[in-house]
Design a protein around this ligand. Structure first.
Ligand code: MRU
Length: 325
């Protein structure tokens, strides 16, 4: 299912906050609509946010520099957002056609996801049990996805995987989005709570963990949805490969280590109120709700990009695929 598409001069965007119960596309009009769509996770997943922001820069009749700053401030962790707005600003300053540039960002993502999926699939065997965290499928990108790409491409090629999808508290992207996407694709999927990952690993049901990423630091530390580092620690303990999948544009060579990555913090209401009829904690109870965490590079078996499968030491393998610019 497409996270967004451009047709007859209009952008149609799937409202992911309504999934899995309603499938509804909307067309943002003002800059505030674009900002709100990213902030509220109507559009989410690092590459999808970048593609969406690219269209915003093309379609809105605003001061492009100010618009870039405004959109970049909606969610700080995914580097794809500032990458796309930066590229659009440059295209504007060079007098290029902005809609063509936005479409190019969109089409390049399809191509990158396909390559990432092919590389990821080469590391898996038919019948493998795969643990996923958050949502890194088509909804989070353009097509195939990153973390889910090998499963979706594998299905097309006749592989039969057994996916275990953790719910991914607090916003349930695993339950609402990943299990939905995999069911629709006809892939065997079992939904588990986040705190069950250790059990299914111990039971021998998991052959590999596949996750996406919002930012890769120059030393191979990665930021991804909160809970990713706990899954990586468990995978390490049980000797299960932990694979991170993401496009070249997710690598931030300006971040030396994961300590330099800005982590978004979100409202306490997402933990206490969001999915319940009544609040699940007292109003005065303090909450800490970081949206992402950093997984140390030594827990990562391989980083799979559209430029190939990178192995440790990541400071060297990441440097080897770096553009000279
Ligand atoms: O908060 P979200 O839903 O935007 O978080 C998304 C993730 O953590 C994804 O794994 C990440 O963006 C990579 S998407 C291909």
């Amino acid at each position: 299912m497409e996270s967004m598409y451009f047709e007859d001069g209009r952008l149609f965007v799937l409202d992911q906050t309504k999934l899995p119960n309603e499938i509804e596309y909307f067309t943002p009009k003002k800059k505030e609509d674009y900002y709100y769509a990213i902030k509220s996770l109507q559009v989410r997943g690092a590459p999808a946010i970048g593609i969406f922001a690219g269209y915003a820069m093309a379609l809105l009749n605003e001061d492009k520099r100010k618009l870039k700053e405004y959109l970049d401030s909606s969610r700080p962790t995914a580097v794809n957002l500032s990458y796309a707005t930066g590229r659009m600003l440059k295209a504007y300053e060079e007098g290029k056609n902005l809609l063509d540039e936005a479409r190019a960002i969109h089409n390049e993502d399809i191509d990158m996801c396909r390559k990432i999926s092919e590389y990821g699939l080469s590391l898996l065997k038919d019948g493998d049990g795969i643990l996923t965290h958050c949502n890194a499928g088509e909804l989070a990108t353009s097509k195939y996805g990153t973390g889910l790409g090998p499963l979706l491409l594998g299905k097309e090629k006749g592989y039969n995987f057994h996916a275990f999808t953790d719910e991914t508290r607090p916003l349930l992207q695993g339950a609402r989005l990943t299990s939905f996407e995999l069911e629709k694709a006809g892939i065997d999927v079992t939904l588990i709570c986040d705190n069950m990952a250790g059990l299914v690993m111990k039971q021998g049901k998991i052959n590999a963990v596949l996750v996406g990423t919002d930012r890769i630091a120059a030393n191979g530390d990665i930021a991804n949805k909160i809970g990713t580092s706990s899954v990586a620690i468990l995978a390490n303990y049980y000797n299960i490969p932990f694979y991170v999948l993401g496009p070249y544009s997710t690598i931030d060579y300006n971040c030396k280590t994961g300590d330099d990555i800005v982590i978004e913090e979100r409202e306490a209401a997402e933990i206490k109120n969001m999915w319940y009829e009544k609040p699940m904690a007292l109003p005065e109870t303090k909450c800490y709700n970081p949206a992402f965490d950093v997984t140390d590079n030594e827990l990562i078996t391989a980083i799979i990009t559209d430029r190939g499968i990178l192995k440790p030491p990541y400071d060297i393998s990441l440097e080897n695929i770096r553009d000279n610019d």
